[in-house]
Each structure stands twice: as structure tokens, then as C-alpha cells.
Design a protein around this ligand. Structure first.
Ligand code: GUN
Ligand code: ZN
Length: 440
């Protein structure tokens, strides 16, 4: 039995878009979070829990549910921060050559371990992730997550055209691989399979139809892909599927839009697309760090709220330049500012925790600090370094002449200024899986 002492922050409902009101926000300052031997949260209290409990005293720090990164590419750490191109060029120049290396079992195993350990060190305890087209690399990723007890949703990437020959599969071999991987991994521990057509550009209609049939045959599996990330890509999809009403509609037509679908980006959508997302229950994984880096466009979060479809957050490494969801959320705020609107910290943090879990149908398991959830939690320093510490002191009212600021102001400053250096410890299902090395 484990007890963790910190300022506990999580969400019990969806916060309002428009302001910094506390609806749905649950702050329990200086509490102990109690975790049973099965790794599940059993409660929270102010009083010292007593000697029967193994106690980790993080007083003065912030404890939140671990972040859920709903769109990230395991084999792309190698291509982060590659210079100078937009999406389609970037894929051909940097990404496909890097992914081809994952045909090698050692590369795949080491890459998977590096990736999941890096997620934990960045404060992310669960992910919806792309491996490569290789079944072996997909197995390696499931194995790495299993060893750490993490919730992972992934599946072999499907690509049967417009990709280098070494990364292309074909419909029947890909179907066999997917069936075998689903049998072996879906529902085993905290693993779930995602049917993964990379995007409409790299799959033939025949392969998309096969992917849709897999979703129908295995109703519990997820689906992940990309949609409407750049204008050039949207034009390419219109050429390849001239009869389709829209890019998103290509996926609907092939049976790929459903409540377990996670579609990255969704920048260049129209009102009919957004209604389709709402009706299907699918979620958009908004990836602001990637969108600004690749110059893809500014996601219209307000339109998503108006259409009432799910929005979660993805780092989209390596299109994104950081695995850290705090940096990703800070980018999201800047994207909304460029659109002339403001993203409250509550909406952003909810989308990266409870909102993501709810969109995945996993809110019973993770994304909050309520009783019964697995203790996937991260302990954060409120501030690291003299500048952030001074800013935090201002928020706390510790600077003479400046009044204490509302909680939202302190959390917003933490979110905007913090990064992976703020992660003190990460726990997965109550097991400590990362602890920052003590400084000398
Ligand atoms: N669209 C298709 N593949 C990719 C990818 O690997 N990264 C991003 N950002 N967009 C894509
Ligand atoms: Zn991506």
C-alpha cells in the first residue's frame, strides 16, 4: 500500500471553454493519495495515513494523472527537429528512411524501450502510438509497454502505395499480420490494438476496405490515422479519391469512423466533417507542436467545441519537437492565441487527461484520481529554475506588494513555463517507473 503526498489536481467533468471558472476542477492541496496493492486508487485524505503505508512525501509539489499522448510515433525520435520542409516532403526525406531501419529486430527493440522510457520521463503514462509497418516492431512496442505496465494502444502501420518499397505491404499479407497481432496483443494486460492506416495517401481503397473490415470483425479494437493536416495533403487526397465529399469522408466510406477512432490533426475540416465526428464519437488528436513546426495550420478548437466532438492532445513526435505534454499544451495555447481566442489551462489539462481517457472509453481505468482508477500519476515541481520560481512566487502571493493570484493563474504559468525538467516522479499502476536523479 502506497501513499503519495502532494497537491492533488484532477478533473471530475469537462471545464467550460470560455473562462477560468473552476467547474469540473478538483484541487486537494497537501493531501495523501492512497493506492492499494492492486495499483488502484482507494482514496485521498489530509491526515497522515500511518505506518502501514509506504509513504512518498512530495509535499509542495503538484500531483496529476499522468498525461495521455493520443498521437505519437515511436520510430520518429530519430527525426525530431529535421530542418526545412512541409509534411509530404518531410515524410519522404526524413521519416520513411528512419522508419525503414525498424525492419531490424535490435533497432526495433531498442527503439521501443527508449521510446516508452522517454514517455515516462516526460510525464506521459499512456499513449496511442504509431510504430512502423513492421509486425516485429509492433510486437517490440507492445512488449516494452507491457514490461512497464503502461496502457498502450498501437498497431502495425498499413501502407500499400506512395511509400518506399521497403515500407510497403499488400492487402492480404497486412491482413494476416493484423489478425495475428490482434489475437496476440489486443486485451492482453493494458494493451489494445489499433488498426492503423497511416493516411489516405498511402493506402489503396482496397487496403482501407480491409482495415474497415478488421474494425467490424473485432469491435473492441481502435483505429488511428491522420486527417486533414495540411492543405497540400488535402489536395492530394482529393486527387486520389475524386468521388469523395471530403478527406474525412474517405475514412467513413471505408468503415473507419467510429467511437474508437483517433484521427490526428483535423485542421482542414468543414462543418459537415465536424458533425460526422460528433455523430461517430471519433476523436481528433490535436497536435499543436507538430502543426507549428511543420507549418501545417491552426486548429480551430472553438469549432470542435461547438460541434461537440472529442478533442485530445498528441505530441506527434517527430513532427512535434517535444514528447512533453506541457510543452504541447503551451503550443496549443499559442495556436489559439493566433486564432484570436484563449485556451484556459483547465480545458487544456482536462483534454490531456480525463478528456483523452473518456474519448478512448477508458475513464474507468485512468485519466483521474478518483477511487478505482489505476494510479497512473505524475509528480511535478511547480517551478524549476530561478525565473520560473520567481513567477510561481508571484502567483502564490509570496512577493510583497503583489496579491496572491487565483489557482488558474498559478496552474497556467506552470503549464506554460514547465517541461520535462519539472517531472519529479512517474508512477504506473502504483509502481514508481521514473524518478528524477537527485542533483548534487
Ligand atoms: N501523415 C502521414 N504520416 C505522418 C507522420 O508520420 N507524421 C505526421 N505529422 N503526419 C503524417
Ligand atoms: Zn503523426
Amino acid at each position: 500500500m502506497l501513499a503519495l503526498r502532494a497537491d492533488l489536481l484532477d478533473f471530475t467533468a469537462t471545464p467550460a471553454w470560455g473562462g477560468s471558472a473552476m467547474d469540473g476542477v478538483r484541487l486537494r492541496p497537501d493531501h495523501w493519495l492512497l493506492v492499494g496493492d492492486d495499483g488502484r486508487i482507494v482514496g485521498a485524505q489530509r491526515e497522515d495515513p500511518g505506518p502501514d503505508w509506504q509513504r512518498h512525501d512530495h509535499r509542495g509539489r503538484l500531483l496529476m494523472p499522468g498525461f495521455i499522448d493520443t498521437h505519437v510515433h515511436c520510430p520518429q525520435i530519430e527525426v525530431m527537429a529535421s530542418y526545412g520542409t512541409g509534411l509530404l516532403d518531410w515524410l519522404a526525406t526524413y521519416t520513411f528512411p528512419a522508419e525503414a531501419r525498424y525492419a531490424d529486430a535490435d533497432v526495433a527493440r531498442e527503439g521501443a524501450a527508449r521510446f516508452v522510457d522517454a514517455l515516462l520521463a516526460h510525464g506521459t503514462t499512456a499513449a496511442v502510438a504509431f510504430p512502423t509497418v513492421h509486425a516485429g516492431a509492433t510486437e517490440a512496442l507492445f512488449e516494452a509497454a507491457t514490461r512497464r505496465g503502461m496502457r498502450l494502444v498501437t498497431g502495425k502501420v498499413l501502407m500499400d502505395r506512395h511509400a518506399p518499397p521497403a515500407l510497403r505491404d499488400d492487402v492480404s499479407a497486412a491482413e494476416r499480420d493484423c489478425e495475428a497481432l490482434i489475437q496476440r496483443w489486443h486485451g492482453r494486460g493494458r494493451n489494445a490494438y489499433a488498426v492503423t492506416p497511416r493516411f489516405a495517401v498511402t493506402s489503396t481503397p482496397g487496403q482501407l476496405a480491409m482495415a474497415g473490415a478488421l474494425c467490424r470483425r473485432h469491435p473492441g479494437v481502435y483505429m488511428q490515422t491522420h486527417v486533414a493536416e495540411t492543405e497540400e495533403e488535402v489536395r492530394r487526397v482529393a486527387e486520389l479519391f475524386p468521388h469523395a465529399r471530403s478527406y474525412l469522408d474517405v475514412y467513413r466510406e471505408h468503415g473507419l469512423l467510429h467511437a474508437r477512432a483517433v484521427l490526428a490533426h483535423g485542421i482542414w475540416l468543414d462543418a459537415e466533417d465536424r458533425a460526422l465526428l460528433h455523430d461517430s464519437g471519433a476523436q481528433i488528436a490535436h497536435c499543436p507542436g507538430s502543426n507549428t513546426f511543420l507549418g501545417s495550420g491552426l486548429f480551430d478548437w472553438q469549432a470542435a467545441v461547438d460541434a461537440a466532438h472529442h478533442v485530445s492532445l498528441g505530441s506527434d513526435v517527430g513532427g512535434g519537437t517535444s514528447l512533453c505534454m506541457l510543452r504541447t499544451l503551451a503550443e496549443a495555447c499559442k495556436v489559439q492565441a493566433l486564432r484570436g481566442t484563449r485556451l484556459p489551462a483547465w480545458v487544456a489539462l482536462h483534454a490531456a487527461t480525463l478528456g483523452a481517457a473518456t474519448g478512448l472509453g477508458l475513464e474507468g481505468e485512468m485519466g483521474h484520481l478518483g477511487e478505482g482508477a489505476l494510479a497512473d500519476v505524475v509528480v511535478w515541481d511547480w517551478a524549476v529554475g530561478s525565473v520560473a520560481e520567481h513567477r510561481d512566487a508571484a502567483a502564490r502571493g509570496a512577493l510583497p506588494g503583489l496579491p496572491a493570484q487565483p489557482l488558474h493563474a498559478r496552474v497556467y504559468a506552470w503549464m506554460m513555463l514547465g517541461d520535462e525538467r519539472n517531472v519529479a516522479a512517474a508512477y504506473v499502476a502504483g509502481e514508481q517507473r521514473f524518478a528524477r536523479a537527485p542533483t548534487a
